[in-house]
Write a protein that binds this ligand. Structure first.
Ligand code: CA
Length: 229
């Protein structure tokens, strides 16, 4: 079943852009354009995630989210804030939002954030195993970060370990670069796609028999990376 997402945004251009892209990504989408309509829509029992703009006719999105949380709404909420809104991040998280994105935003980033929030909310992500064993005898321990690799026993960096953990939880699934950015680097850093490619090259050097011809960290052209232990 496609997840149902609610978009509350008064600017028609932004709303249409978000709604169209969400529908294209396979979600069911409803929308509202004012504070009052938004309040009613947030209370609908079948909503699974909401995207809420801050400046709305009739009131602020912060208030909308706070009221919804007070009324018992537990699904993830992502706020859209303008760059000029001072302390928007703090206010957004204080009022009970789970994440925020600053306008103008990249639609691919919005989709990645939404996928991440839904994954966390539905708990479909399996817990990371304590250790990961690769077919070629190499291994990683997630508690200590120690790994048996082509360079002997090494300690992985924080980001390398997070990336291995993400792969281990998503065996045989294609992870888009935007997903990897969101899960490993989070909302406060801005690495480029190139950064991720360099980390993958490093993991291949450590864990592949033949890094030039990888069988564990596979490039899926135009889509991202896929991991097979
Ligand atoms: Ca607005």
């Amino acid at each position: 079943m496609a997840e149902k997402i609610l978009v509350i945004e008064d600017e028609a251009l932004v709303r249409d852009l978000v709604v169209l892209n969400l529908k294209h990504a396979g979600y069911q989408v409803t929308s509202a354009a004012t504070f009052a309509d938004g309040a009613r829509a947030l209370a609908q029992p079948d909503v699974e995630l909401a995207v809420v703009d801050v400046m709305l006719p009739g009131g602020e999105g912060f208030q909308l989210v706070r009221d919804a949380r007070d009324a018992g709404v537990r699904y993830p909420i992502l706020m859209l804030t303008a760059r000029s809104e001072v302390q928007a991040k703090v206010r957004g998280l204080d009022c009970g939002a789970d994440d925020y994105l600053t306008k103008p935003f990249d639609v691919q980033e919005l989709l990645a954030r939404i996928r991440s929030l839904l994954r966390r909310a539905t708990g479909t992500v399996a817990a990371a195993p304590r250790a990961l064993q690769l077919g070629n005898g190499y291994s990683v321990r997630f508690d200590t970060g120690r790994a048996v690799t082509s360079e002997g026993e090494v300690t992985l960096s924080d980001k390398e370990l997070k990336l291995m953990e993400l792969f281990s939880k998503n065996v045989d699934k294609v992870l888009a670069r935007a997903d990897i950015l969101e899960e490993v680097w989070g909302m406060d850093a801005f690495p480029t796609d190139r950064t991720i490619d360099n980390f993958i090259l490093r993991l291949r050097r450590l864990f592949e028999e033949n890094p030039e011809n990888p069988i564990h960290f596979v490039t899926v052209r135009g889509r991202g990376y896929l991991f097979r232990p």
